[in-house]
Design a protein around this ligand. Structure first.
Ligand code: C2E
Ligand code: CA
Ligand code: CA
Length: 433
């Protein structure tokens, strides 16, 4: 029986297993002079589609899609449904890579036609990853693996059709590898907290610190927090990371009486069901006094589930903790949102502060934020203060605190202690030196 004869009319409701795919692929590659493409087709968000259209309508839509593909293949392929809107399509007599991509585009167009015919208002997205036999892989397992990598990369790039190449593997696997390494780093104690001083603009004295996480191996940074914090969130490790940040920050603050500490909280953590308990437990363990902890939450992160975010921030403030809106000005939230956020402080993003002496529009923006904060009885922290000129300009505007390389980068707990001992005086005098 030729492979072309094995066209199956997909029974969309019952997904077949990868073993079936491997069986069909083995049969296909054993054909004399076989030259084929494996297309892994994913209809994105099938469970949402089911919720929206109902199970029956969604099943009928998927059936219409695969019927359209059977027609488009004109007897030159096999379609194997894997369930949840994923399909393996084996296309024969592929002449070259361009030919394979054309086959993928044909399937995408057939899907469009089927969806138009079904009159679905919002069309689900489709990703098609392609691998080639024999030029890219000689064994069925590898062929399938390459098509999966291409489909995952297509999803990432929001491309509809993507032929496997090495960039797909790098794109899909590198974050995972880094994610695994991060999980090990957490276990192995490679994370540490550094503390960047915040200086009161009227007294010129250090009054607090922001805790910033570092991932160091043999004293050298492995990745920056911009990279590894999202990884921790994706890998489900943000609870452990936040607990680590809170407990270490509290211990440090307990050792430096009078110093307040600000800890960054991701939106996912704010909404975590155990977050409030976690903060309470850590504060009770280290005896943190009123207002000794500021929780920094990004403005953009509040919008997703605004109602719950507001409720939680209110609770935290009632418990005596301060709330700071981080990266203020970058989140595009409207003033109608802003006025409802229960906060104590606005943190002006360093992108504005660092440019404010060169760019008058950045300076006006910073001044507007400071003025807005004053109108709402909020304090302001300017981050990224790198020179005395910027500091003086912010002081004239009435900004409350400054943080930046003018005073110090983030320091290890030991170096912070030494820094604080050397710098307990008015730092404006030193900055003027
Ligand atoms: P962020 O909260 O906006 O933190 C300020 C960033 O600006 C820090 O980068 C800090 O080192 C840097 N910075 C401070 N002063 C200056 C300056 O004068 N000039 C310049 N060029 N940069 C300055 P860092 O430590 O790389 O952190 C990046 C981001 O990673 C943070 O941005 C924060 O969003 C996140 N992050 C860091 N630690 C944690 C953590 O423990 N938990 C969570 N959830 N996020 C963290
Ligand atoms: Ca921050
Ligand atoms: Ca920032």
């Amino acid at each position: 029986m030729s492979v072309a004869d094995t066209i199956q009319r997909p029974a969309v409701s019952a997904g077949q297993s990868y073993r079936d795919v491997l069986g069909a692929l083995s049969a296909a590659v054993q054909q004399p002079n076989a030259s084929l493409a494996l297309l892994l087709v994913n209809v994105v968000g099938v469970s949402k589609l089911q919720a929206r259209l109902g199970f029956d309508t969604c099943t009928a839509l998927l059936q219409a899609l695969s019927d359209g593909w059977i027609e488009a293949l004109r007897g030159r392929g096999v379609i194997i449904p894997l369930g949840d809107g994923s399909y393996c399509v084996i296309v024969h007599a592929i002449r070259n890579s361009g030919h394979a991509v054309l086959a993928g585009e044909k399937l995408a167009r057939a899907a469009d036609d089927a969806m138009s015919a079904a009159m679905v208002a919002v069309k689900p997205q489709l990703n098609i990853g392609i691998s080639l036999f024999p030029s890219q892989a000689a064994e069925p397992e590898k062929l399938l693996r390459l098509a999966q990598l291409a489909a995952a990369a297509a999803h990432h790039r929001t491309a509809r059709v993507l032929l496997f190449d090495e960039s797909c593997a790098a794109e899909v696997l590198t974050p995972w590898k880094l994610g695994d390494a991060f999980a090990q780093a957490l276990e192995a104690g490679e994370l540490s907290l550094y503390y960047q001083p915040q200086v009161c603009m009227t007294s010129g004295r250090p009054v607090g610190v922001e805790a910033l996480m570092r991932w160091l191996k043999n004293g050298k940074p492995v990745a920056t927090p911009d990279v590894f914090i999202p990884l921790a969130e994706e890998a489900g490790l943000i609870y452990n990371v936040t607990w680590y940040a809170l407990s270490n920050s509290f211990r440090m603050a307990a050792e430096c009486a009078g110093l307040s500490v600000a800890v960054n909280i991701t939106p996912g953590m704010l909404h975590h069901r155990e977050f409030i308990d976690m903060v309470q437990t850590a504060a009770a363990t280290w005896g943190i006094r009123d207002k000794g902890l500021t929780l920094e939450i990004t403005e953009g992160g509040l919008i997703a589930d605004f109602g719950q975010a507001v409720q939680r921030l209110k609770m935290l403030r009632e418990m005596g903790f301060r709330v700071s809106i981080d990266d203020f000005g970058t989140g595009y939230s409207s003033l109608s949102y802003f006025k409802k956020i229960p906060a104590d402080e606005l943190k002006i993003d360093k992108s504005f502060v660092m440019r404010m002496m060169e760019d008058p529009s950045d300076q006006r923006l910073v001044e507007t934020i400071v003025g807005l904060a004053r109108q709402f009885n909020l304090e302001t922290v300017a981050e990224g203060v790198e020179d005395r000129e910027t500091f003086d300009c912010l002081a004239d505007m009435g900004c409350t605190y400054a943080q930046g390389f003018l005073f110090s980068p983030a320091l290890s707990a030991e170096r912070l202690q030494a820094w604080l001992q050397r710098n307990s005086r008015d730092l404006r005098l030193r900055a003027a030196e």
